[in-house]
Write a protein that binds this ligand. Structure first.
Ligand SMILES: *Cc1c(COP(=O)(O)O)cnc(C)c1O
Length: 415
């Protein structure tokens, strides 16, 4: 990221091999398998002694090019692309955790991540310890010699809580534990995870990267800075391969066995998405900031949650980590669940849909949808309020968005 600008470097990342027809775009290699000239070459490739492709569940040139572009702009040691954000998250923990180990995290997690850790991994004897990651003492208390990871989302959704990453990574590293972060809400050209001590970064590329909700995807970035000789599961491997132990475990075992590698068509779409991410984000994040400011002034809105508002409790830490435009998502509270529903039903431009960072602006009532099947007690523990609307801000003219929101509010609660 030092030589040239983010976008320049991204666009001009070379292919691994020159294309036979000098194609400007990476061709989509829709193939399951690859042919070899000799049995010896086949042996070399299958035994991992050469880097050739053998089977597209393991590597594929189109997917590899997508990975390489991300690697070029982030400086990661390795990038692994999977078929969804959840596939990326589950691959990370299958590589790190084993029965008897524990994961220290917050209960403020993306719904499926919470369920994956608690139910799916829980059934394999992995303990999940929920605590308040914004309180260093609480984190210290939970970590012990069986902790395999501290995990967090950099801005939790939909609570929009921000932990101090440098403090957290210091605590984790002092105990020989890696810090794993889901950075989906702020793209890597804005937030440089590694500089804040994040060892493994995981992203749902369905969001900003896909280029407007074109496809599902997820990526895992290993920055190669963690000493895995401290890891309960990877210490033996670390003795052999050093700092790349996580990547070795992931690429040589876990992702092959789980079989959720990104497909070439998706990699093609997401490579195109990457090309416009910086420019899309700059518009979406600026619009989001403006909407947050304006929503605060509306009489029907009880409160607005966006971490770049000076009144926000996380304003300072958010600004120091993510700058003035921390994501294109905000939430706001209306007087009740009924008012939220009536507001949603009046919207004409803003779409009623889940997902984040589509090119279109999306609204959702999280408590009745994403968290609809949770018990009220679970929702309370996760700070999911019936009064909250979540807005993911798209590329529309911000004045049109504001008008739609204002008109919808006026029509349901005339003052
Ligand atoms: C969407 C999302 C995920 C899951 O990603 P999928 O691509 O839908 O599997 C995980 N974490 C966060 C923060 C997300 O927003």
């Amino acid at each position: 990221m030092d030589k040239t600008g983010f976008e320049t470097q991204l666009l001009h990342t070379p292919f691994e091999k020159e294309d036979a027809y000098h194609s400007l775009s990476m061709p989509v290699y829709n193939t399951a398998a690859y042919e070899f000239d000799t049995a010896e070459a086949m042996e070399e490739a299958f035994c991992g002694r050469t880097t050739g492709h053998a089977y597209s569940r393991i590597t594929n040139p189109t997917v590899q090019y997508f990975e390489k572009r991300i690697q070029a702009v982030t400086g990661a040691l390795s990038v692994t692309a999977l078929n969804s954000g959840m596939a990326a998250i589950s691959n990370v923990f299958f590589a790190l955790a084993k029965a008897g180990t524990n994961i220290v995290t917050s209960a403020h997690l993306f719904g499926n991540t919470y369920s994956f850790l608690k139910s799916t991994l829980g059934a394999f004897g992995v303990e999940v310890r929920f605590c308040d990651l914004t309180k260093p003492a609480a984190v210290r208390e939970q970590i012990d010699e069986n902790t395999c990871a501290v995990f967090l989302e950099i801005i939790t959704n939909p609570q929009l809580e921000v932990a101090d990453l440098k403090t957290l990574s210091d605590i984790a590293h002092r105990h020989g534990v890696p810090l794993i972060a889901d950075t989906t809400v702020v793209p890597f050209h804005v937030f440089h995870a590694s500089e804040f001590g994040v060892d493994i970064e995981v992203i749902s590329s369905t969001k900003y990267i896909s280029g407007g909700a074109t496809s599902l995807g997820g990526v895992i970035l290993d920055y190669g800075k963690f000493d895995w000789t401290h890891s309960k599961k990877l210490h033996q491997l670390a003795e052999q391969v050093g700092m790349s132990a996580f990547t070795a475990k992931l690429r040589k075992e876990i992702h092959r066995n789980l079989g959720a590698y990104m497909t070439p068509q998706v990699a093609y779409m997401q490579t195109l998405g990457l090309e416009t991410m910086e420019i899309r984000y700059s518009r979406q994040a600026v619009s989001c900031n403006r909407l947050a400011q304006e929503l605060q002034l509306l009489p029907q809105v009880e409160s607005v949650n966006y971490t770049a508002l000076e009144t926000n409790p996380f304003y300072q830490i958010s600004t120091s980590q993510f700058g003035s435009y921390p994501g294109a998502m905000l939430t706001f509270d209306l007087p009740s669940r009924e008012v939220c529903f009536r507001f949603m039903n009046q919207l004409k431009l803003v779409r009623r849909a889940t997902n984040l960072f589509d090119n279109k602006t999306l609204a959702i009532h999280p408590a009745s949808t994403i968290y609809g099947t949770f018990t009220e007690e679970q929702r309370q523990r996760m700070d999911i309020s019936q009064k909250t609307i979540r807005l993911s801000v798209g590329l529309e003219d911000v004045n049109d968005l504001l008008e739609d929101i204002c008109e919808s509010l006026k029509s349901i609660a005339p003052l």
